[in-house]
Ligand binder design. Structure first.
Ligand SMILES: C[S@@+](CC[C@H](N)C(=O)[O-])C[C@H]1O[C@@H](n2cnc3c(N)ncnc32)[C@H](O)[C@@H]1O
Length: 229
């Protein structure tokens, strides 16, 4: 991770090697960055708070936490100030917003931000005590490749904390999600995201599901805690 920095944000050279899908995601989040907080602060707050609560004990002991897809950093002020957090994201415009938040609120728990692809993390094996990814999995072109990376950089006994919308299997909500799914490239995430994507991955990796619960509003989102063996 000895590359370029832009106003305190590390820009990993490997992030220049963009896939077609990542280029679409980056373009979508460059559009979202100026208005993201306006649209997504309130509706996704319960999930961010639930993720912070799941990390609280480890953060209070000064544990090392990787926040993947940290975006504008809306979850960062919720993390215990004794934690040691690194935030990574594919989108530099989103990270610039996060850096402003860190400066304005003097968030000492954040050790650094870096532009980085979730599927190619520039960290050594077993670096972190926790990996948290709030509202990110549905955005990734290859969720299994990214989950493998989360597991690799986690210490044995460490936890992955995911918060996500899990798609409905049938009914009106499933219909609306399928309709929105045809606009996924412009939205920047996939509204149809079956739990089986996580479940199939879990079944074949050295880890186990410790908790899975739905969250407000209206049970739209799910928190999952996965422990590495
Ligand atoms: C819905 S936002 C969530 C942001 C933040 N965690 C929150 O709770 O508001 C998804 C974030 O994932 C980032 N992202 C998308 N693909 C990524 C990838 N391959 N690697 C890292 N971050 C990615 C996007 O740039 C965006 O900032």
């Amino acid at each position: 991770m000895d590359d370029r920095t832009q106003k305190g944000i590390l820009v990993d050279d490997a992030s220049d090697d963009r896939s077609y899908e990542n280029a679409h995601v980056e373009a979508a989040y460059a559009r979202w960055a100026p208005i993201y907080d306006l649209v997504f602060t309130a509706v996704m707050r319960p999930g961010r708070k639930a993720a912070a609560a799941a990390l609280a004990e480890m953060a209070s002991r000064g544990g090392r936490i990787l926040d993947v897809g940290v975006g504008t950093g809306l979850e960062l002020p919720m993390f215990d100030p004794r934690g040691r957090i690194i935030g990574v994201d594919l989108s530099l415009p989103m990270l610039r917003r996060a850096q402003e938040r860190i400066n304005q609120q003097n968030l000492r728990q954040v050790e650094g931000l870096a532009v980085m692809d979730a599927a190619r993390l520039a960290f050594a094996d077993a670096t972190f005590d926790r990996v948290v990814a709030p509202y990110v999995l549905t955005v990734l072109p290859d969720p299994h490749a990214s989950l493998d990376e989360f597991l690799r950089v986690l210490k044995p006994g460490g936890e992955i904390v995911l918060v996500n919308h899990i798609g409905a299997e049938d009914g009106l909500v499933a219909f609306v999600e399928r309709w929105l799914g045809r606009r996924a490239a412009a939205l920047g995430w996939k509204p149809e995201f079956p739990w089986a994507i996580v479940g199939d991955w879990l079944a074949t990796r050295p880890c186990r599901l410790a908790e899975r619960k739905t969250l407000p509003p209206l049970g739209l989102f799910t928190l999952a805690r996965i422990v590495k063996n």
